[in-house]
Design a protein around this ligand. Structure first.
Ligand code: TRP
Length: 333
């Protein structure tokens, strides 16, 4: 074993992924990517472009998914994910994941999938068209993503905790039937400040309230100027309530040292919203500037090469796990 391989072997295997559904925003940056960037150096990290997962709901938009995948990786790299010390790969380029999905489907009760909270919520939100067989299997496919690399820790948001609970139940069931083969994955939750969008709701591309990593400085400044603030603060000198103001919440992200002063002067009415937003736009752009510069520094060929090399590396590991699983199940290898 080489020195680097030995070192890798002692690091925790971390696995996470995102669906390529569009450009990433400040919410992704603060909620996930800053953490991924750190993990890309400190852990044995695998980061997946979950294109198959995108198809579970957006199967009518293959071109959008295709176009989003390189752009998404560009955002990852911009945020500081290091492709030299982590593995970035394309889910559909690892057919072993799909094969594992069939194998694990044999031990996965349909009722377990149906009771997943995201399943019912999404059907209510998106309509019955979304309720395909593939969509029902979404959390099982997610388990396959993790299990094929024997991922131990999975950095995700709270909304994904139920998926990981289900994943562990399926792993335990598999191991009970066929012997200890798969690893139980655990969530790696990081606390981060809530990131509201420009309208005060959760930042989300679909709400049209996002500040995107790829935006230019003018776009960001305009978005900040259009932000909702405390509706009771109508005039500059009216006292405001920073605790309910999305502008204030974003100051916490990009302008933390100034937040006590801003909170106090907003409350007394000394600080008007126009000035407060002006300062935020400046600080937000300063925070995003090195990220945007890094984003622009990668050309298409480099991004494609990073994904191709990562997928190749990941595939070898996936093949070894799949062999173990098929051996345990007494299937052809
Ligand atoms: N379901 C995750 C999300 O919507 C994306 C995802 C796909 C994922 N495969 C994964 C996350 C594996 C962690 C591990 O955010």
């Amino acid at each position: 074993m080489t020195a680097t391989a030995a070192k890798t072997a002692t690091k925790t295997r971390v696995m996470s992924g995102m669906r390529p559904t569009g450009r990433l925003h400040l919410g992704h940056l603060v909620g996930a990517l800053t953490n991924w960037a750190e993990l890309s150096r400190t852990a044995d990290a695998f980061f997946e472009i979950a294109d198959l997962h995108a198809y579970t709901t957006q199967y009518q938009q293959p071109h959008e998914i295709r176009a989003a995948r390189e752009e998404m990786v560009r955002d990852w790299l911009a945020a500081g994910v290091d492709p030299d010390t982590s593995t970035i790969y394309l889910q559909s380029g690892i057919p072993e994941i799909s094969e594992l999905h069939v194998l694990l489907s044999m031990v996965t009760p349909v009722s377990w999938l149906e009771r997943t909270p995201t399943y019912k919520e999404q059907i209510e939100a998106l309509g019955a068209d979304v309720a395909t067989y593939g969509f029902l299997g979404y959390p099982l496919l997610q388990l396959c993503d993790i299990a094929i690399f024997r991922g131990e820790k999975v950095p995700v948001g709270r909304d994904q905790v139920a998926h990981l609970e289900l994943a562990r139940e399926i792993v335990r069931r598999f191991n009970r039937f066929y012997g200890e083969t798969l690893v139980e994955p655990h969530p790696l939750l990081t606390e981060f400040p809530a990131v509201p969008g420009t309208d005060g709701r959760k930042m989300s591309k679909s709400y049209g309230n996002a500040i995107e990593i790829a935006d230019d400085e003018d776009t960001t400044a305009k978005a900040v100027r259009s932000m909702f603030t405390d509706p009771q603060k109508l005039r500059r000198n009216d006292p405001g309530r920073p605790e309910i103001c999305p502008v204030y919440a974003l100051h916490h992200i990009a302008n933390e040292p100034r937040t006590p002063w801003i909170a106090e002067n907003c409350r007394t009415g000394a600080l008007g919203c126009v000035q407060c937003k002006g300062e935020l736009a400046e600080k937000l752009n300063a925070y995003l500037r090195p990220i945007r510069e890094r984003r622009a520094s990668f050309d298409d060929a480099t991004i494609r090469r990073i994904i191709a090399e990562g997928t190749d590396k990941a595939r070898h590991i996936a093949a070894a796990t799949l062999r173990d699983v098929k051996r345990a199940m007494h299937l052809a290898q």
